[in-house]
Design a protein. Structure first.
Length: 449
């Protein structure tokens, strides 16, 4: 067979596939003749308890039913057993089984050839139709996850609302599959917590295709935050203000609140720019910022890694408060700031792709060893020093650890007015120490799934 003929070869149809059927809450009325025939002749029917109850009168006598609630991992085995016994099987899924549904999971654990997918309308499509919202350019997000509680600014990536919080920063329209815990009112409170309460409007569709269906076509986050909704719902979000287009890199020092009366504990713009460049950040990078000061390095890193996350720690209470206010003003949802002295808390943080040390609290040598042990392959450690003693401590520690390292000295001069003219005023020299463990720089971005 030629390469062309091989490429054009059609898939051999499985004689007894598992039918994955999309259903809606109006029961049999939501199904076409083919899907209904497969359901009525199936030997095994798998679905959630509510869905099985909805279709119980459509099943043939003797059909076996399996409730998949809390037993998702068992479903592939149930299907395999039915196929081995030459029995027909059906899995019932809400809406389109390929849109945040069970079909991709089954394809991964069985094989695509073993499935026959019969999709239905998504509940998100129905909700958009109810209020007349075009959805072809909308971002679909599922928050149907374990309850992690209310959203708090700085929440970690494992929070059930984290993906939505990130998407809110860049999308014009979002269609959200909710859960009983991550409900519309909680989503509205997330918007308020992230300072987006005036930026979005939302609609909520409850109990679609049921007798008690109810549509809330236009709510403000403030209104929705105080309401309670039916457990079965979807949420539509659209912007009432344009997406912010902030500068991502190289902000002026004046963009950050700093300690007064003397400005301090901020990595100056020129040094910050080179430090961020040496960190070799990527879209999904996990970054540690140790000795955050005003937060300038970590907050710029958060903008440069929109699908990553920055974990920052600062021991000085006043500076921690300043960094927190800078976070609130910076329009990022992928930044966690802790009050404490490194290395405390670092054990709980995920392994980093990049570490910036701006202050060590006297624990420098130990911190260097810890960071190099935790760095992911190809990761970078960047440190800033203004004293010879810390520079010596760092280079000696790196030498003893057989790390690859280099030192860069930066000294900038800025213009200052003098009478009707200008002079150049030198900034203090800063040493940038950059290190890794010899694994090199990866050519392609690695994922943190």
């Amino acid at each position: 067979m030629s390469d062309t003929e091989d490429a054009m070869e059609t898939r051999v149809k499985d004689p007894n596939p598992c039918r994955v059927i999309g259903v809606l809450d109006d029961g049999a009325a939501s199904l076409g003749a083919t899907a209904l025939a497969h359901l009525r002749t199936a030997d095994l029917v798998i679905g959630g308890a509510r869905t099985l109850a909805l279709f119980r009168h459509e099943l043939k006598a003797g059909a076996v039913t399996r409730d998949l609630t809390g037993q998702l991992k068992a479903v592939p085995g149930w299907v395999r057993s039915a196929r081995d016994a030459n029995q027909s099987s059906v899995v019932l899924a809400t809406g389109d089984p390929l849109c945040h549904g069970i079909a991709p999971y089954l394809a991964q654990h069985l094989c695509l050839d073993a499935l026959d997918i019969l999709p239905n309308l998504s509940t998100l499509q129905l909700a958009c139709a109810r209020i007349g919202l075009a959805w072809q350019d909308a971002r679909i997000v599922s928050v149907h996850r374990q309850d992690a509680g209310e959203w708090v600014r700085g929440s970690w990536p494992d929070h059930g609302l984290y993906v939505l919080a990130q998407a809110l920063r860049s999308e014009q329209r979002l269609l959200v599959l909710t859960s009983p815990a991550n409900s519309p009112d909680r989503i509205a409170r997330l918007l308020q917590a992230e300072g987006l309460g005036e930026d979005f409007q939302l609609a909520v569709a409850e109990n679609l295709l049921q007798a008690d269906e109810r549509i809330h076509p236009q709510l403000s986050p403030a209104q929705a935050a105080e309401m309670r909704f039916a457990e079965l719902n979807v949420v539509l979000l659209w912007r009432s203000r344009a997406v912010a287009q902030p500068v991502r890199f190289g902000l002026a020092d004046s963009a950050f609140e700093q300690r007064q009366p003397e400005k301090g504990l901020i990595t100056k713009q020129e040094v910050r720019a080179v430090s961020l460049a040496r960190l070799q950040l990527r879209e999904r990078s996990v970054v540690w910022d140790i000795g955050a000061g005003s937060g300038s390095v970590g907050l710029e890193a958060a903008r440069l890694c929109p699908r990553g996350h920055v974990f920052a720690i600062e021991k000085n209470e006043a500076d921690h408060a300043i960094a927190g206010r800078n976070h609130a003003a910076f329009c990022v949802s992928n930044y966690t700031l802790q009050h404490g002295k490194a290395p405390e808390s670092l054990d709980a943080w995920p392994d980093p792709d990049a570490v910036f040390i701006g202050g060590s609290g006297g624990e420098l040598a130990g911190l260097i060893g810890l960071c190099l042990r935790r760095l992911r392959p190809g990761g970078r450690l960047v440190m800033n020093f203004v004293t010879l003693e810390n520079l010596a401590t760092a280079t000696q520690a790196l030498q003893s650890l057989n790390a690859e390292w280099d030192v860069l000295q930066l000294q900038a001069a800025r213009s200052r007015p003098i009478l009707h003219m200008h002079r150049m005023a030198a900034e203090n020299p800063v040493w940038l120490v950059c290190a890794g463990m010899g694994s090199g720089q990866p050519d392609t971005e690695h994922r943190h799934d």
